[in-house]
Design a protein around this ligand. Structure first.
Ligand code: ASP
Ligand code: MG
Length: 445
């Protein structure tokens, strides 16, 4: 059994849904995981934001437009009146639910219920197309019935496996369809896995059913060795290891949700990144047995803030780092990159929401400096093994830039540099030139 996940742009119009259905039709045993049609989650989020700000009229207007959006695309999708009107009944039901939510006070729980409707309606639409238009069977699994977060807010593969078995048992065969992104929290309320979380649903499900493979379908030909928006002559990556894919996903490659690699890697299930617009293209295979070695790719992530704490009290003291980390913990802010010296710590965060509060709390330790508008550049591959060959090249490429932090050896698969975001594009190009285009040129760093 395979898991096939389709992203929002792949399901973004009647035409695209037809292409997706063709891909699914080739499989006899699979679970299809749907994202919401492109733009729908943003629109639902807007309805919620307007309502919570008291702008009720605007909420109703956006809601009416969204209904119109689904009506337009579904009218195009079904050739006859029957299919369209049958689906429209479901659509009206869900929009009545929205209307009920938009009564009285706005709560976080209502927001979560509202956001879930993007995936629920899209999966209904795809299922309806299979049943009424293609007259092919496709059974529906309800993500709320098998994907429940634990007390710590995390999903568990064994819990999903158990719930699938209890709720669906022998029905878990043939073609099945479910919703990505959505789940229940540990008190049974609607919740989700965070933006872009459908990839995560796909790999969790893949691990739970011990899938033969997990295919993540988007509208690009897999991962490339650099960001084609900033760099020319980038190359497709045919295969990449789990660890490398996780680093790339976390540090900038938007194609994949960063958390989605581990469920597959733990069970050694290959993930294939494929393109719905070019289904014949091999895409990228992510697995545990990759033959390629060396430096594989470069990626970057902007919107980073850097915090530096300088304190003589760190000298020969123990427990200092713990006390610093506790402050980030208290403000629920994850740390990405860290470098330390005997008397200072530099670290980066990508969520600056509590930056002022964090800085104020850190002042008790020493001098605190904040640099906003930074970017993380990440060189991914078997970096540790290639250090002799490539360290000089990397240094040479980075020479013109104001590198504020450099982290090497934290993982064998990445070397990370932090520099001002305005230098990101030039740095990506310089590294690309040194690492991928000039391999024969001797280096004097
Ligand atoms: N629909 C959700 C989002 O837009 C989840 C996903 O597409 O993966 O973030
Ligand atoms: Mg996505």
């Amino acid at each position: 059994m395979k898991v096939l996940k389709f992203g929002g742009t792949s399901l973004g119009s009647a035409q695209r849904i037809k292409q997706v259905a063709e891909i699914i039709s080739r499989e006899n045993h699979c679970i299809v995981v749907c994202s919401a049609m492109a733009g729908v989650t943003d629109t639902l989020q807007e309805i919620s934001s307007c309502w919570s700000r008291g702008n009720k009229q605007e909420s109703f207007k956006i809601k009416a437009d969204l209904l119109g959006f689904f009506e337009k695309h579904s009218r195009e999708l079904f050739s006859g009146q029957y299919g369209f009107f049958k689906f429209r009944e479901q659509l009206i039901f869900y929009f009545e639910e929205v209307e009920k939510l938009l009564r009285g006070h706005w709560t976080k729980q209502k927001e979560m219920q509202l956001l879930a409707l993007g995936e629920v309606i899209t999966s209904r639409l795809l299922q309806a197309y299979f049943l009424t238009e293609l007259t092919q069977e496709i059974k529906r699994l309800d993500a709320f019935e098998f994907l429940h977060l634990n007390q710590g807010g995390d999903p568990s593969v064994s819990d999903i496996a158990q719930k699938l078995k209890n709720n669906y048992g022998k029905e878990l065969s043939g073609r099945l369809i479910t919703q990505g992104f959505i789940c229940l929290d540990n008190s049974g309320g609607a919740s989700n896995l965070g933006r872009g979380g459908s990839d995560f649903t796909a790999t969790l499900l893949g691990a739970a059913i011990e899938a033969s493979s997990i295919e993540i379908w988007t509208d690009i030909d897999g991962l490339r060795n650099n960001d084609p928006r900033y760099v020319d002559n980038t190359k497709a990556l045919r295969e990449i290891s789990y660890a490398e894919a996780a680093e790339l996903a976390y540090f900038g490659a938007k194609i994949l949700h960063p958390a989605c690699v581990w469920p597959a890697s733990r069970q050694n299930i290959p993930i294939f990144l494929k393109n719905t617009l070019n289904p014949g293209s091999p895409g990228t295979a992510i697995s545990g047995n990759v033959r390629a070695s060396g430096i594989r790719a470069i990626s970057a992530k902007s919107g980073i803030s850097m915090v530096r704490i300088e304190s003589a009290r760190m000298l020969n003291a123990y427990g200092f780092l713990r006390r610093v980390f506790e402050i980030f913990d208290q403000w629920e802010t994850p740390i990405d990159v860290i470098t330390t010296s005997e008397v200072s710590i530099s670290l980066t965060i990508d969520n600056p929401y509590y930056l002022e509060e964090i800085a104020a709390s850190l002042e008790k330790f020493g001098k605190v400096t904040i640099e906003r508008e930074q970017a993380i550049i990440c060189v991914v591959g078997d970096v540790l093994a290639c250090r002799q060959e490539h360290a000089g090249r990397i240094m040479k490429a980075m020479k013109p830039f104001q590198v504020n932090m450099l982290s090497f050896g934290g993982s064998r698969n990445n070397l990370t540099a932090v520099l001002p975001a305005k230098e990101k594009k030039d740095a990506l190009q310089a590294l690309h030139q040194q690492l991928f285009l000039q391999t024969q040129v001797p280096v004097t760093a």
